[in-house]
Design a binder for this molecule. Structure first.
Ligand code: ZN
Length: 527
């Protein structure tokens, strides 16, 4: 299949094809080996070493490998057509393209037909030489896929190496830092934002609460991390307002002590963008790689405070209606908190209480214990009314309706079964008739097709009926389950959270303390 008579090297008029995709560019460190200059150097060295005749370079900068409609590539094809070049060299196969069917067409079909020699330097593929790499028929399998897996492994080990040296290889330094212009892997404080981070730690260490810090930052119009990032044309969703969680995120970030913390999360595989968070002992931590914005003592003190509030918050037992209460105005959950000073439980809108001074929503203060008693009362009553109604209904109409319905369904099933039988025997008959010459081929085809359509329609309808009666049995079962739970609830003084959650979907409260209860079982919502 390959031309085995080798010409003198100078016979080959070489086109050096170079491609850099937009994705390659964005990968900072990874792009170094793919950069235009690197590809060009590699190709020119190779051409010189082999003694080929260099004709021209064809560059596609910012084009993905799955698209062959690239200007550089098109010019290359037209120079092949005109006979200007008879050899194409790329750094590796993926530079030519990442769509292995199209790529395979060019290498195994088009280039061959045009007597063009193709060389991929790193894959050691040369279509005019019989090499082991040609024999494995690179495009017949997922060759390029294997290549990208391989490079991905190589890149990972290079990256890991850099991380272990304490070099920053992420795409975006933590808020407050920027890359050193002299050394991309080194971080320096960002004069526009570092003071904000310092201020946050200073306030936290003097005992100011996280939500007060957030209010202070918002009042003084300090940019949030995502708002600041936006200036650098990042495509991320912007959050223009400081929140408790964005302040906490900064207070917990060990990078601010001058330690480089990397390898916190990893991609599942070379193909997937999905990331998973790693255990702390897999993190790569290198101490004192950059200027600290907070001392280690202050950082530890603040972190312990943040942790403590979190633990006490999570450890307490959940109240009966916790996670079921929602704010009518903003849709956020209404949180239940304990007021130590006044010794009572209260609810409030989560969005409002995150930063009360900014009035992101309305206050929804309401003593929780009273609310709990009132809600439970209303819910039990609703269930009672429903169950009473059901008791009377069940004896009369329900049973009657159901019997009538069952009879109607059975009739239809019988009818459909008969029709299916008829159709089958008609198809047999038609075949017989054709065989004996009673009807023409055309008539046979037309009639048998019609019969088949009828047959399929009947089968489909039969399936529908069977499925819907299955569904009905299921939904009847579900209603019975709900009713059992309602019966359980009305007899309990202290029902469990689980029982309530199986009956209640959510409870919505507005700023004027109007309450709406949504039940999981829709019939209850109309009582
Ligand atoms: Zn709200």
């Amino acid at each position: 299949m390959y031309n085995k008579t080798l010409e003198l090297p100078s016979f080959y008029r070489v086109a050096a094809y170079i491609r850099l995709s937009e994705a390659d560019k964005n990968k900072s460190y990874e792009s170094e080996s793919e950069s235009i200059i690197n590809q060009r150097n590699l190709l020119m060295d190779y051409i010189k070493k082999k003694g080929f005749t260099f004709i021209d370079e064809y560059v596609d900068d910012g084009f993905t490998g799955t698209n062959f409609n690239r200007p550089g590539f098109k010019r290359l094809i037209s120079d092949i057509e005109s006979g200007k070049v008879n050899c194409v060299i790329t750094k590796d196969l993926s530079r030519l393209g990442r769509d292995y069917i199209r790529c395979g067409y060019y290498v195994e079909d088009y280039f061959l037909a045009k007597k063009v020699r193709y060389i991929s330097i790193l894959d050691q593929i040369d279509t005019f030489l019989e090499t082991a790499n040609n024999d494995i028929a690179p495009f017949k399998a997922l060759f390029n896929d294997m290549t990208s897996k391989d490079t991905s492994k190589k890149i990972r080990s290079i990256l890991r190496n850099k991380k272990e040296q304490g070099k920053f290889i992420g795409s975006e330094p933590s808020f407050g830092y920027m890359r050193d212009k002299e050394d991309k892997g080194h971080l320096v404080p960002n004069p526009e934002t570092a003071f904000i981070v310092k201020k946050i730690f200073e306030m936290a260490s003097s005992g100011i609460s996280v939500s007060d810090i957030a209010s202070f930052l918002n009042d003084n119009k300090y940019p949030t991390p995502s708002l600041y990032k936006k200036k650098d044309n990042s495509k991320q969703r912007i959050n223009p307002v400081w929140t408790v969680s964005s302040v906490k995120k900064i207070l917990k970030n060990e990078m601010y002590t001058g330690n480089m913390i990397q390898n916190v999360q990893t991609k599942l595989s070379y193909k997937s963008q999905k990331k998973i968070v790693l255990q702390r002992d897999s993190w790569i931590i290198v101490e004192n790689t950059h200027e600290a914005l907070v001392s280690k003592e202050v950082f530890d003190k603040v972190r312990n405070n943040v942790k403590r509030t979190k633990i006490t918050h999570n450890k307490r037992e959940k109240r009966l209606f916790e996670n079921l209460l929602f704010c009518k105005e903003c849709g956020n959950s209404l949180t239940i908190t304990y007021r130590k000073k006044h010794n009572y439980w209260t609810i409030n809108c989560n969005k409002y209480s995150r930063d009360p001074r900014r009035h992101l929503c309305y206050p929804h203060f309401m003593p929780y214990d009273k609310l709990e008693i009132a809600l439970l009362d209303v819910i039990k009553n609703t269930c009672k009314i429903y169950l009473d109604k059901m008791n009377i209904k069940e004896l009369a109409t329900e049973i009657n309706n159901k019997n009538n319905n069952d009879k109607r369904i059975n009739d239809e099933i019988n009818y459909l079964n008969n029709r299916i039988k008829e159709c089958n025997s008609k198809i047999d008959m038609l075949y017989d008739d054709k065989f004996k010459g009673n009807i023409s081929e055309n008539t046979y085809l037309r009639l048998s097709k019609e019969t088949e359509i009828l047959l399929n329609q009947s089968k489909k309808r039969l399936d529908e009926i069977k499925n819907s009666s299955k569904k009905e049995i299921n939904s009847n079962k579900k209603i019975k389950e709900y009713e059992e739970k309602m019966k359980e609830l009305i007899n309990l003084d202290n029902p469990s959270r689980e029982l309530l959650q199986s009956i209640i979907d959510k409870i919505v409260i507005d700023k004027d303390k109007n309450i709406e209860i949504f039940y999981k079982f829709s019939l209850l919502n109309n009582i």
